[in-house]
Design a protein around this ligand. Structure first.
Ligand SMILES: Cc1cc2nc3c(=O)[nH]c(=O)nc-3n(C[C@H](O)[C@H](O)[C@H](O)COP(=O)(O)OP(=O)(O)OC[C@H]3O[C@@H](n4cnc5c(N)ncnc54)[C@H](O)[C@@H]3O)c2cc1C
Length: 385
């Protein structure tokens, strides 16, 4: 049995990225510049297990989940915490919202789920009080949060403001154990600072493909519920999320995008499908150049960069310039008649066939499903009455 103790090897020639303004930026963990610092043969996957024995310290990563999963940005925070943690430090994930995925490949040693605190309900002071209680009880040596617009960035700033005596940094774009960095002078320079207590990490500062897995043990939710009792009651009423017309949402903010390429001959069918799915509409450059869509719909290197949960690419080949614009999308579904198209390789699910035929079939299936759902609700209401 081979065991490596606390070995960290940093490749001095590791990859870095030159930003458009000439600034050099290194991504933590990218190109395997890091080797797992504790491995054992008790593996849960084919990766070595990072398992801090008798962890004396904890680092805490706090993030909201969405539909039972953590997004890539949250997982980058977990990866950063796990890569930087030494052999005596456990990585604890505090997930606000339900969690239905296994976080062992995200480098998490312990998971605490608080499913009543999801981002859909506006309750910042309750969340803050809860998080502060957890911090008091876990006494983490560091805290990581995604610096995003879906609740974590807001909660992180509230946390920072509530602990003025602690060092904190926002918009952190580069991180290692010695320092953190963020942009200054409008992005024309990078400023380094010593490692703070609270780090709000910008997207893409760490690589999520870790060379190790972790045990991801659930912490007893009872503890969390007890903590919850100490949380204060809100002085306002949350009206919940408001649904707005997907067509009115900026593409960069859309969660579901139906996008048309040169293989879409009937724009009306595509728009009907997008409306049925309550999705925003995007397009490839060729579809825009053809005059089928306005320029603001173009997605790609010279168009918009989108980060939808689901990107539905219809009749789009998946040219490099287009793929650049969808690199942050979580799920890609493609319709294409060419099974060897680059978009099919990028897609999580592909439908091979004629775009018009498949779109028509989907529109009919969605209409049927909606009728069934309405009928079920009516029957249930009648039964209840
Ligand atoms: C500097 C530069 C910047 C660029 N910037 C961008 C950019 O920002 N965004 C962008 O999108 N492109 C950009 N491009 C263009 C890019 O290289 C591609 O030409 C473009 O993305 C192709 O668009 P497309 O996939 O819709 O069309 P095509 O390449 O024509 O592909 C059409 C696809 O539809 C499929 N298809 C055809 N008919 C059907 C059917 N009936 N049913 C199902 N599938 C069908 C085909 O198999 C094919 O895969 C840029 C290029 C350059 C040089």
């Amino acid at each position: 049995m081979t065991e490596h103790h606390n070995i960290k090897r940093i490749n001095p020639r590791r990859a870095y990225e030159i930003m458009t303004n000439g600034v050099k930026r290194i991504t933590l963990g990218l190109n395997s510049d890091y080797v797992a610092h504790e491995v054992s043969l008790h593996q849960t996957s084919n990766k070595p297990l990072r398992s801090p024995k008798k962890a004396e310290k904890r680092v805490l990563v706090i993030a909201h989940s969405e539909r039972g999963t953590l997004d890539d940005h949250a997982k980058q925070c977990l990866a950063a915490a796990a890569i930087l943690a030494d052999a005596e430090t456990a990585v604890v994930a505090l997930v606000l919202g339900e969690l239905q995925e296994d976080l062992s490949n995200a480098g998490v040693d312990e998971v605490l789920v608080m499913d009543t605190l999801d981002y859909q309900t506006f309750q910042p002071d309750i969340e803050l009080a809860f998080v502060k209680n957890i911090i008091t009880s876990l006494q983490p040596s560091r805290i990581f949060m995604p610096d995003n617009l879906i609740g974590d960035g807001d909660l992180g700033r509230r946390l920072i403001a509530s602990q003025p005596e602690k060092l904190a940094a926002t918009h952190v774009i580069e991180i290692n154990n010695a320092h953190i960095a963020n942009y200054q002078l409008g992005g024309n320079a990078i400023a380094l600072a010593s490692f703070p207590y609270i780090v709000l990490l910008a997207p893409d500062a760490a690589d999520t493909s870790l060379p190790f897995s972790a045990s991801a043990l659930a912490i007893d939710p009872l503890t969390a519920n007890q903590q919850m009792r100490h949380a204060q009651t809100p002085s306002y009423a949350s009206l919940g999320m408001q649904t707005i017309d997907a067509a009115k949402i900026a593409l960069e903010e859309a969660d579901f995008i139906v996008s048309a390429g040169n293989g879409v001959s009937n724009v009306q069918t595509l728009q009907t499908l997008a409306a049925a799915l309550d999705a925003a509409v995007g397009a490839s450059r060729v579809a825009v150049d053809d005059g089928k869509f306005s320029r603001d719909k173009q997605i790609g290197a010279t168009g918009k960069t989108v980060s939808a949960s689901t990107y539905f690419a219809i009749g789009i080949s998946g040219a490099l310039q287009h793929l650049q614009g969808i690199k942050d999308c979580r799920h890609v579904i493609a319709i294409n008649r060419d099974h060897s198209a680059a978009i099919v390789k990028r897609a999580n699910l592909s439908l091979i066939g004629d775009a018009e035929e498949i779109m028509q079939a989907l529109i009919s299936a969605i209409a049927e499903a909606k009728i069934t759902a309405i009928t079920d609700v009516k029957l249930a209401t009648q039964e209840a009455a």
